[in-house]
Design a binder for this molecule. Structure first.
Ligand SMILES: [Zn+2]
Length: 410
């Protein structure tokens, strides 16, 4: 059973082959040239796409499209790769609307706010946590996120971290052990004791569910030595590092991430020149989370400086109940363009191919032949509308692995 989507006004492919044809160079780097997976930003006007058996089988000019069993008419609208959200905290209980309102009324954001979510999460039953998680996953899917990462970090006991990761593993293969989110209240004054637990018994219980290990390396959370110990322990059992780095102020997070061979350093709001150089000369992606700066009224990361230095940049939601409770990649794209001065092409690339790089995935983030058929149909003629029409629900339909998963192409 093959499906042809035709009459596509703009088809964003991020496909290396077509980028070569079009002469586009956005987002190009050595990794894309040497391997499979996402290439630089690339798009085809008046396009068509054929999918079969869950994969992209063909893309090109609509006038040259092959026959298929089923035809979908996009009526001049844009089709993009499904968004890849490489940073989200989705397993938690409770909500922090009052804290948000207080912050908007002038109270500062502090890492300690996490503790209230930890308390609620520990009290919650598995079915309660699962229901909240699935509600957010469905919300993301309706908005075009077809691949997402999900962290623990609100349990902070051996049993609670393990059950949060077990629940995350029900909905995504991109599961991240974040036992080192904050030092929980019962270890107050004994951060070393908690790091020992995170690197020992808790890791043993959590590693079977996880692909990644993460640490919140920040003043008020974990320092360089503690973060390095957590990442080393994770690596020793086969987990790949990623790091919450340099969000609230300058610090060692990016250096720790690069030294550990992390797939991604996330936030990157306060960077020194040495940090930027370290990222540029490594395979570590800089994942920017502008919904956080928007929701906490903090300064945005200097994305142009990172791109200018040759750093690979991803965009992610950081969906979490404290600092940024959005599940909208469209909002993140609009913020990246309007507030961080990415071009619309750079922002869409970062939210698709960039996210795939941050998760070391070659099957998503692009629509080259052989990619997973994860597609977003916009009620708009081009990708630029995601920033041009901020806050408007432009995602009309979402296909995941070739199946219509949300919305309608009508
Ligand atoms: Zn986060």
């Amino acid at each position: 059973m093959s499906t042809l989507i035709t009459n596509i006004g703009e088809l964003v492919t991020n496909d290396l082959q077509q980028a070569d044809d079009a002469g586009s160079r956005d987002g190009r780097d050595a990794a894309a040239l040497s391997g499979q997976g996402p290439g630089p930003f690339a798009a085809i006007k008046d396009a068509a796409l054929v999918m079969e058996a869950g994969l992209v089988a063909w893309t090109g000019q609509a006038s040259r499209a092959p026959a298929a069993d089923e035809i979908v008419d996009a009526r001049g609208r844009a089709v993009l790769p499904g968004f890849v959200d490489s940073h989200a905290h989705l397993v938690f209980a409770g909500e922090r609307g009052a804290e948000f309102a207080a912050r908007m009324a002038g109270a500062p954001y502090e890492a300690g706010g996490i503790a209230s979510t930890v308390a609620a999460t520990r009290r919650a039953t598995d079915p309660e946590l699962r229901a909240g998680l699935r509600r957010l996953v469905a919300e993301m899917l309706r908005q075009g996120i077809t691949t997402f990462e999900c962290k623990s970090g609100y349990g902070l006991t051996v049993a609670d971290e393990a059950r949060c990761l077990s629940l995350a593993a029900e909905v995504t293969p991109e599961v991240t052990y974040l036992g080192a989110h904050i030092v929980p209240p019962e270890f107050d004054g004994d951060a070393a004791g908690y790091v020992d637990l995170v690197c020992g018994q808790m890791l043993d219980a959590c590693a079977p569910f996880a692909r990644w290990v993460d640490v919140f390396c920040e003043s008020g959370a974990f320092g360089a030595d503690e973060a390095t110990a957590v990442l080393d322990a994770g690596r020793a059992v086969g987990l790949i590092p990623r790091v919450h780095a340099n969000q609230l102020g300058p610090g060692p997070g990016v250096r720790v991430a690069v030294a550990a061979g992390a797939a991604s350093a996330d936030h990157c709001t306060y960077l020194t020149s040495a940090d930027v150089e370290a990222l540029a000369s490594s395979a570590t992606v800089a994942t920017l989370l502008p919904g956080v700066e928007f929701s906490t009224r903090q300064p945005y990361p200097d994305a142009r400086r990172l791109l200018g230095a040759g750093v690979t940049v991803a965009l992610a939601t950081d969906c979490n109940p404290g600092s940024c409770f959005t599940s909208s990649m469209s909002l993140c794209i609009a913020l990246a363009v309007v507030a961080m001065r990415l071009t619309t092409r750079e922002a869409v690339w970062a939210a698709t191919a960039g996210g795939a790089r941050a998760l070391r995935r070659t099957d998503v983030g692009h629509l080259g032949a052989g990619a997973r058929a994860d597609l977003v149909l916009l009620d708009a003629p081009s990708h630029a509308y995601l920033a041009y029409r901020p806050g408007v629900p432009l995602v009309a339909a979402v296909w995941r692995a070739g199946e219509l998963a949300a919305g309608s192409a009508e």
